[in-house]
Design a protein around this ligand. Structure first.
Ligand SMILES: O=C(O)c1cccc(C(=O)CC[C@H]2O[C@@H](n3cnc4c(=O)[nH]cnc43)[C@H](O)[C@@H]2O)c1
Length: 163
């Protein structure tokens, strides 16, 4: 059994371009914690749990390889999960400070991966990039391009998980 969280997402500039795919190595709840006068403390630092779930490394690597072989642009890195989509350069920079290998941003991945983990089921997160993570520019979102990339990836995904 395998749980896959797939959807559109933001891409960190220089890591994942609009229209490309990210197959995450890890899913991180990047804003789960507490603000303090001295900065953000994660749930890990607070001692309340873990903000990271690792993806199934072997499957993630195989999927990236097959997507590349099919001519699709794909990268790895961490998929951060947030409850407020990033809309400023400052927040994007803060997320990269917290999660230096962040490649994509979405709103569901960590929750899905945590549920899978609780049932002992491996998880993957696949994001097709519709927009850059940074200053909000709704007109620049390319949802159709991202959905086209996701559709192209889905048949390859099916082959990888059934082979
Ligand atoms: O209009 C907006 O500014 C806006 C802000 C947050 C979310 C939305 C959506 O309609 C999409 C939610 C959906 O898409 C994923 N997604 C896509 N890009 C991002 C992003 O840069 N940061 C976080 N989530 C993103 C998300 O996982 C949801 O599934 C519109």
């Amino acid at each position: 059994m395998l749980v896959i969280s797939a959807g559109i997402g933001g891409g960190f500039p220089g890591r994942a371009d609009v229209g490309s795919l990210v197959v995450a190595d890890a899913m991180v709840a990047a804003d789960l914690g507490s603000q303090t006068p001295d900065g953000f403390l994660s749930v890990d630092e607070l001692g309340f749990g873990s903000s990271i779930v690792a993806a199934d490394a072997e499957l993630a690597a195989r999927l990236r390889h097959e997507l590349q072989r099919a001519g699709l642009a794909v990268s790895g890195g961490t998929a951060v999960t947030v409850s407020t989509a990033t809309g400023t350069a400052e927040t994007a920079a803060e997320l990269l400070r917290r999660v230096p290998d962040a490649a994509a941003e979405g709103m569901e991945g960590f929750g899905v991966a945590t549920a899978a983990q609780q049932f002992g089921v491996p998880a993957l997160e696949l994001r097709a990039i519709s927009n850059a993570v940074g200053p909000r520019d709704r007109d620049a979102w390319r949802i159709k391009d991202a959905l086209d990339a996701l559709q192209a990836a889905s048949s390859i995904l099916r082959e990888v998980i059934t082979s």
